[in-house]
Design a protein around this ligand. Structure first.
Ligand SMILES: [Cu+2]
Length: 166
């Protein structure tokens, strides 16, 4: 009986330690998350919830073209449902955009670099036909910068920022 109680006490102590560890791990994870989000906020100004952090995944950026609101309001939409998301990528790393189209219109993804207020096209996808699925488009940017992306045909509705991080 005495022995059983002792074993029980040891087990309770061990699970207490494990719980404590778990708690610490999840706390530090949460802190890192907050730090990286807030540092993005500081650096890039308008980065909030609609953000794709492609830096953390395997280099695939999934976007869907969707119609939102009442009529013909087209947007780039990420897997979380965020519209025209800010996309964070790492300089020098290869990325693949996979774009699907849920609309009856043609779209085309254009990436621009703006120097001294003048935008110039640095990359573009093929035309994304109505209801096309997973149109692939490879992209790499060699140096840290802030780029813009938009649709060739709906630049006012379908546009966002790509942060290239060193
Ligand atoms: Cu479009």
């Amino acid at each position: 009986m005495q022995q059983k109680l002792t074993i029980k006490a040891i087990l309770i102590a061990i699970s207490g330690i494990l719980l404590g560890l778990n708690f610490q791990v999840s706390t530090s994870h949460a802190t890192n998350e907050t730090e990286s989000l807030s540092s993005n906020k500081t650096t890039f100004g308008n980065v909030t919830v609609n953000e794709i952090n492609a830096a953390r995944d395997n280099g695939t950026i999934i976007l869907n073209v969707a119609e939102v609101g009442d009529e013909e309001q087209y947007r780039w939409v990420d897997v979380s449902g965020a519209e025209n998301p800010v996309i964070n990528i790492i300089a020098g790393k290869d990325y693949t955009f996979k774009v699907s189209n849920s609309t009856p219109e043609v779209h085309e993804l254009i990436i621009d670099s703006t120097v001294n207020g003048k935008a110039s096209e640095i990359a573009k996808s093929d035309e994304i036909q109505p209801y096309a699925k997973n149109i692939e488009f490879k992209f790499k940017s060699d140096k840290a910068s802030s780029l813009e992306y938009h649709c060739k045909y709906h630049p006012g509705m379908m546009n966002g920022t790509i942060n290239v991080i060193q």
